[in-house]
Design a protein around this ligand. Structure first.
Ligand code: FAD
Length: 459
């Protein structure tokens, strides 16, 4: 193999910076071109998720490039969900009965910077900023960029072009516009949008509420969540209808309306949010959508990864994790078929698409679960039972959440099929009263396993 083949990567976000680093580690010459300014020179308030839930599938990607220990220093473990009811009572629900299974809160910009700095150490990798891709010549692996301050047009070529330019991918658009092959594309938006707010640290720099939890205020139609930051603050995200609902971004159009809504719905959170009105009015409202498309590649010259290929709603905390897992899968396929890019791209999509379709669907399911079901007594009973199974029988039981989030040895699709069947089994046995207290925990587990297998075989 000519190890000095040149890879052009569009987009230096989370996926692009990890991918670039891995490709240069493999011995390729890499150029990454990014639309935004260099984050090391210009502080950017991205207007989008400041912190993210980072878990095992994402860590697989980080391990691949040898940054596990460094990334751990950026992580705050979140052991479970802290549910806040409308009266301010809290209820903690662990993510797993196994103590080594938890997720982490991590700063998007710190993680991105760490990856960029590591990539920049290689002489064979160059990063250009302030250049937004306008179009890609798919057959010739050549991309045209516009410099935002001067308006100058620049062209970059590679042996191949990889698009990691996020949900609005320019490479995907060029694939779509190309009339030379069929391209399937779907884009579905929720009627809800999101807005980021904050809970600042205490005066002494401490946390105003439990640090090691993902906080949720589920209110049926809408909710807020909060994830901790290293400086003692929490980033709060409101998920709310855009319009046409009793409460919506359209109806919260004055300080009075904002105060009335938050005090009614989230009284204990409001008490910790001194900058609520200003942040609500100044911070942008973002859309929440799912993008699926196929094929992810063209002419054996270009391929898309990360959100460019599969943007998902954030309710499973898996978009970045899935994008990092993409790099792991891509790397494994490359190992097998290196030298033949067309086969690499085809095999990569074949191995990966079923899983990214599954996490896209699971993420929409979790939207409903988080805002509606986490406060439901049946759901809470189910979670208690699952936690007990995982504690007592750690090698025999994995909840759907554990299968998706912690069981990195199986793909998202397998996790979805097994997890959904298991959920159906537990909820129907619980509502039929078939898991009464006189049964031992083991007997309950066996009943659920039997019912789950029946459901899986019927499907
Ligand atoms: P991006 O992060 O979008 O990066 C794309 C990069 O390409 C950017 O740097 C962009 O500037 C650049 N770019 C775009 N267009 C061009 C162009 N034309 N030319 C050159 N460069 C370009 N995921 C999780 O795993 N856990 C979470 O808890 C989580 N929470 C989320 C919360 C919210 C509110 C949102 C919106 C998303 C969340 N995600 C989460 C998803 C996660 O943010 C994405 O899946 C992840 O950022 C995808 O990485 P990416 O590199 O593919 O895309």
């Amino acid at each position: 193999m000519d190890t000095k083949q040149h890879i052009l990567i569009i987009g230096a976000g989370l996926c692009g910076s990890l991918l670039g680093l891995r490709m240069v580690q493999r011995g390729y010459k890499v150029t990454i071109v990014e639309k935004r300014p260099d984050p090391r020179q210009v502080h950017q308030d991205a207007g989008r998720s400041i912190n993210l839930a980072f878990s095992d599938r994402g860590m697989k990607g980080i391990k691949l490039v040898g940054l596990e220990d460094a990334v751990r220093t950026l992580c705050i473990p979140m052991n479970g969900r802290m549910i806040h009811d409308p009266k301010g009572n809290t209820f903690f629900s662990p993510y797993s009965g196994r103590t080594d299974e938890y997720i982490n809160s991590i700063s998007r910009s710190d993680l991105n910077l760490m990856l960029l700095n590591e990539a920049d150490k290689f002489d064979d990798l160059t990063i250009h900023f302030n250049l937004g891709c306008k179009e890609v010549d798919l057959e010739n692996a050549t991309a045209t960029f516009k410099e935002y301050t001067t308006g100058d047009i620049q062209t970059f070529s590679g042996d191949i072009v990889l698009g990691t330019d996020g949900a609005g991918s320019s490479l995907r658009k060029s694939m779509y516009l190309s009339k030379k092959f069929l391209f399937s594309f779907s884009q579905e938006y929720l009627g809800h949008g999101y807005k980021e707010l904050s809970i600042p640290p205490t005066e002494g720099g401490g946390y105003r509420t439990e640090k090691n939890a993902l906080h949720i205020w589920p209110r049926g139609r809408d909710m807020i969540i909060a994830l901790p930051n290293l400086d003692g603050s929490f980033t709060v995200t409101l998920f709310l209808d855009y319009e046409d609902a009793p409460d919506s971004f359209a109806s919260l159009n004055s300080p009075e309306a904002i105060t009335e809504y938050f005090t009614r719905q989230f009284p204990d959170a409001v008490a910790m949010m001194p900058n609520l009105i200003q942040e609500f009015q100044e911070n942008p409202t973002g859309p929440l959508g799912t993008i699926k498309c196929s094929p992810w590649h063209s002419f054996g010259k270009t391929c898309i990864l990360g959100d460019a290929a599969h943007a998902i709603v954030p309710f499973y905390g898996q978009g970045m994790n899935a994008s990092f897992e993409d790099v792991v899968v891509f790397d494994a396929v490359l190992e097998k078929y290196q030298g033949d890019w067309e086969t690499v791209f085809k095999e990569y999509e074949k191995a990966r698409k079923k899983d990214t379709d599954a996490i896209a669907d699971l993420a929409v399911d979790n939207f409903h679960e988080m805002k509606e079901h986490t406060a439901n007594p049946l759901f809470q009973e189910k979670r208690k039972l699952e936690t007990a199974f995982e504690k007592e029988y750690p090698n025999e039981y994995y909840s759907k959440y554990s299968l998706v989030t912690f069981n990195e040895d199986i793909g998202y699709r397998e996790a979805m099929l097994r997890g959904r069947a298991q959920d159906k089994a537990i909820l129907s046995l619980l509502s039929e009263g078939a898991l009464s207290d006189d049964l031992s925990l083991k007997a309950k587990l066996e009943k659920i396993q039997q019912e789950t297998n029946d459901i899986l075989h019927d499907d």
